[in-house]
Design a protein around this ligand. Structure first.
Ligand code: S3P
Length: 438
């Protein structure tokens, strides 16, 4: 397979037009898992159809859920889970692995082994396994402690009051799902807000956690004995996929970009907030809500930016945007600092390193410092040949760098973008002028 993308700029690139990004990855995976746990037919409208969501879909199918796929919606037919015939391979998807592990640990009668690709097998799992064991799970890591493959025999777990040691929506969601099958109340305490799609979606399935907020903390309490009921979920567009075009909309000349039907959940909008303080011209308009997920339109205009600053407590709300934020920082006037982002070291690649290396290949110097990134700008980029380290967010960073650099660049391993954004080059062709993608 020729897996390289050639980016050839025939003139100085410009950006103009509208896109509707694909469905949100986090929301699609949550809807698949809750749909499989619920009795009845769950309809997921506008699901993301990508490598990660297909890994989740196949896993729930192997666990006994029926799936009926149409172009713009999937129906999950929940009839109770059963033991899968073999291992559940979650590919590259940390969200699918961690959330399913939580759900299965508390599902009596189902034993399953969950694994993934080389990247996923190297990523930390003790953050989910440890609290599940505190709840009474016998989850066993089969090769290395704290890593997949992990075998779990579902059983009724005890309740727990657990303060999240890291602000991770995956850990929070795994424990919320485990709470559905616990004998006692599960209380999860978070001090730094992370994306809240699971707690917004649970009430749609009739299993609303109680939320108590105050004194710089939020407690989510899953009451005992609640059974999810089938629901209809409409998935808004993925702001993280759209962020490639939002970033280029600020940085490139042209008319800017309009992003339609995009999710506007505030726990995902940190990058827009940070850029607003750095002088970015952006208009965000909410049009409505799908369930309790707001969506709307974002208009982005070319902007003169100054250095940006990201503090640790903002990181969860922009964690997946940091590679592109670092690129934006290299083009802004003055110093930029992103702090408290060491979680990036355990993403699909060590993203602090792969972000700095990708930018360096295009001629921009970014320093890795104190679990974050530092740079100053503006810096001139030059064309390059780079590899994406198998990381979809790095593939999209490399594409944006290649466009800003002008000239001819080559990105090898670009197909990993299909993990979250299979239509990335189609949208790039629609929005960019003066750029050929081969
Ligand atoms: C996700 C949460 C984030 C994010 C990932 C998706 C989710 O991970 O980086 O892409 O769907 O809950 P952490 O919660 O582990 O930071």
């Amino acid at each position: 397979m020729n897996d390289a993308l050639k980016v050839s700029c025939t003139k100085s690139p410009e950006i103009a037009g509208e896109i509707t990004p694909p469905g949100d990855k986090s929301i699609t995976i949550r809807a698949l898992i809750l749909g499989a746990l619920a009795e009845g037919n769950t309809v997921i409208k506008n699901p993301l159809n990508s490598l990660d969501t297909r890994s989740a879909l196949l896993a729930v199918q192997l666990l006994g859920a029926g799936i009926y796929e149409r172009e713009h919606d999937w129906t999950v037919i929940g009839e109770g889970l059963r033991p899968p015939p073999g291992e559940l391979d979650l590919g590259n998807s940390g969200t699918a692995l961690r959330l399913l592990l939580g759900a299965l640990a508390a599902y009596p009668g189902v034993e399953a082994t969950l694994t993934g690709d080389e990247s996923l097998r190297s990523r930390p799992l003790e953050r989910v396994v440890d609290p599940l064991r505190e709840m009474g799970s016998d989850a066993v890591c089969l090769e290395e402690e704290g890593r997949a493959p992990v075998r779990v025999r579902g059983k009724r777990l005890s309740g727990i009051s657990y303060e999240l040691p890291i602000p991770s929506a995956q850990v929070k969601s795994a424990l919320l799902l485990a709470g559905l099958g616990a004998d006692g109340a599960v209380e999860i305490i978070e001090r730094t807000a992370s994306r809240d799609h699971t707690e917004r979606m649970l009430p749609e399935f009739g299993v609303a956690p109680k939320i108590v907020a105050g004194n710089g903390r939020r407690a989510l309490i899953v009451p005992v004995g609640m059974k999810p009921k089938a629901a209809e979920v409409t998935v808004p567009g993925d702001i993280s996929a759209a962020f490639s075009w939002i970033a280029l909309g600020w940085l490139l000349p042209g008319e800017g970009v309009t992003v339609r039907n995009v999710g506007l959940n505030p726990t995902r909008l940190g990058a827009l907030r940070v850029l607003e303080s750095a002088g970015a011209r952006t208009v965000v308009q909410q049009e409505g809500s799908y369930g309790s997920e707001p969506y709307g339109v974002i208009n982005v205009f070319p902007s003169r930016l100054k250095g940006l600053r990201v503090d640790a407590d903002e990181v969860p709300s922009l964690i997946d945007e940091i590679p592109l934020l670092a690129l934006v920082a290299t083009q802004a006037d003055g110093e930029s600092v992103i702090q408290g982002a060491s979680e990036l070291k355990v993403k699909e690649s060590d993203r602090l390193r792969t972000t700095a290396e990708t930018l360096a290949a295009f001629g921009a110097q970014v320093e890795i410092a104190d679990g974050g990134l530092k740079t100053s700008g503006p810096q001139q980029l030059h064309p390059a040949t780079v590899n994406c380290a198998g990381d979809h967010r790095i593939a999209l960073l490399a594409l944006a760098c290649a466009v800003l650099a002008g000239g001819e660049s080559e990105i090898t391993g670009f197909s990993c973008a299909d993990t979250s954004y299979p239509g990335a080059t189609v949208d790039a062709k629609a929005l960019l002028q003066g750029v050929e993608l081969i």
